[in-house]
Design a protein around this ligand. Sequence first.
Ligand code: AMP
Ligand code: GLY
Length: 426
Amino acid sequence: MDVLIVGGGGREHALAWKARQSVDAGRVYVAPGNAGTAAEPGIENLDIAADDVTGLVGRARELGIGLVIPGPEAPLVAGLADALATVGIPCFGPGAEAAQLEGSKAFAKAFMARHAIPTAAHATFTDADAAAAWIREQDTALVVKADGLAAGKGVVVARDAAAAEAAARDMLAGNAFGEAGRRVVVEEYLPGRELSFMALVDGTDVRPLATSRDHKARDDGDRGPNTGGMGAYSPAPEVDSALFQRILDEIVEPTVEGLAADGIHYRGFLYAGLMLDAAGNPRVLEYNCRLGDPETEPLLLRLESDLVALCRAGTEGGLPAAEIEWDPRPALGVVMAAGGYPGSYRKGDAITGLAGLEDGDRKVFHAGTAQAGDGAVITAGGRVLCVTARGDDLEVARRRAYAAVDAIAFDGAFCRRDIGAGDAGG
Ligand code: AMP
Ligand code: GLY
């Protein structure tokens, strides 16, 4: 069966690489892919943008694709899964209505309130003066979020009421995130440690994946602006089986039951971004309707089961019988980014030192890379590579990943040096 992976980041390189190892997989296509997927044996890039729903559906039909696995949220929010369903092509990703869990933070917060899913107290505004008045009445630290999709950047953790008010006014005026900011969610700041919890979902059938942790801030020590993620590791060691079960019982089950009660069939990966407070109570910061990036890169380095078979089971009512096996050893990925990211950055710089770094325990997943005319690999995005390694413990995985990072160079390259350090992060 031929498989189409949609997207062109590190997560999609990892998905395509893993799909290629499936017994079921014939050809693996990636739209649009990157220089890393282009170089993989048995994987072919298609020159179609990840959010070109019409183009994707048309090519999937022409090629007789048997399964589509979308990576990013944009095509899902735009209705890719619905469009594929109308032409009978199985897709392991939610339809546009279900994807609202990520596509609209106001939708997600109202959903959580309706179904008593633990999350930060919040209010939603379209009017700047109303937002400002409410903000001034609060006596907790606040977080201001653009309602719509903003590539992981539409969130401002405010130092004080004045900063929260300024962020809300800026977003509502359409300055900061355009239409995505015309409605804002303002919520209570939750202290604690973040955790990424993902599952395969088909209606109320759930198969959880291993835990992971992303490092969202740009700089060491969790400083600097929020990014899409600067590195990740799996598993999160403090999540014992009791906490894992609690997250399933208090967050994941109520979520899928709530969706079903609202008449929404959710199919695909579901991501709950959680905050664990000092007592270990989990609360939801956000939902994503997809796998995390860069969490997917270390996760898939640990996955021993057949990815295509799992996703296919998710489209055929087969999740209850699906078994997911993990390498018990931890894995860790370090993102190498282009100077300026998450602001504007340069493209087209040659990347050197990539050869000879990969073995059974280490893999360099490409994100924003492209092939120049002469075959050289050049930068083409903000997050350029995710250098991922596995080891007997987190420290070994970490050293293995950073040894490869230190061999790779491009102008302006930077990375965090503390991914997984002392199990710090969040
Ligand atoms: P989100 O896109 O909603 O996950 O927000 C991006 C990042 O902002 C999260 O990963 C957290 O690091 C931070 N954040 C969001 N909401 C909160 C909150 N209520 N309290 C503390 N930090 C938050
Ligand atoms: N790494 C966080 C995300 O994918 O949203």
